[in-house]
Design a binder for this molecule. Sequence first.
Ligand SMILES: NCc1[nH]cc(CCC(=O)O)c1CC(=O)O
Length: 303
Amino acid sequence: MDRLRIATRKSPLALWQSEHVAAALRARHPSLEVELVPLSTRGDEVLDRSLAAIGGKGLFLKELEIAMQAGEADCAVHSLKDVPMELEPGFVLPAILARADHADGFVSNAFDGIDALPAGARVGTSSLRRQAQLRARRPDLELRDLRGNVNTRLAKLDAGDYDAIVLACAGLQRLGLDTRIRARLDAPDWLPAPAQGAIAIECRDDAPQLQRLLATLDDAPTRRCVEAERAMNRALHGSCHVPVAAFAWLDGDRLRLEGLVGSAQDGRAVRAGGESAHAEGDALGARVASLLLEAGAGAFLPG
Ligand SMILES: NCc1[nH]cc(CCC(=O)O)c1CC(=O)O
């Protein structure tokens, strides 16, 4: 291979992540010519309805997969937390890059953290997972929908539409906006989305040489952790329609996983955790999902 075309969404964060992958590939393979193919996706275009309402699953991926199927791009770069638990048939993730910051960040121009918010403060997030955890801690807040890319959300905060918003620290850091983080919302007290902070590369499963090239960017410890998180989410039939949070980390020779399912309406939530050998993340995720269901998680899941 002498040329590689990376399909990417056009948001500033997506372009940063794709450029990051391009630079890493150029550094490892100096003779490779790497270029970006920026594309619009439905997830970026439809901003007036919630992701759940327009069928969140795979919304950010479809156009990029069509481009790969048509031979217009060789691979695509995604935030792994936006990638559905089941990939489209014919596609694989040959590389999951080393995870950046996993945490959510509390962003506000007036307040230092969730506990510092006055009663009735308006907090912006459309994420059911973030809403559930906010409600559990502060039932008195007024939660309001907030969509759009990171820069759009910050602009709405600055315009005074909200007293605070919650965003992923990784996205803010990548965009050079980390000074906007007033407080980190850290695991295990506050749990991120499964695979938050991890970038994945997707390509067709019929190109072994391409897969080997991309796999040079894979980070095995990150893959083990996000596999456990995604296995838990898969067993709960999780998507962005359900308030599911998970975080896994390596602790010596053990892999540990903490999961949460909650209600975005009333702040009730159940938690469960477990540990396994590094290589058994899939089984660990399934086991923690069973524990969550035994603890009553079913009441918060659709159907
Ligand atoms: N849902 C949008 C999205 N997808 C990935 C990130 C952040 C980067 C990452 O998790 O790797 C964000 C923004 C956010 O949640 O604040």
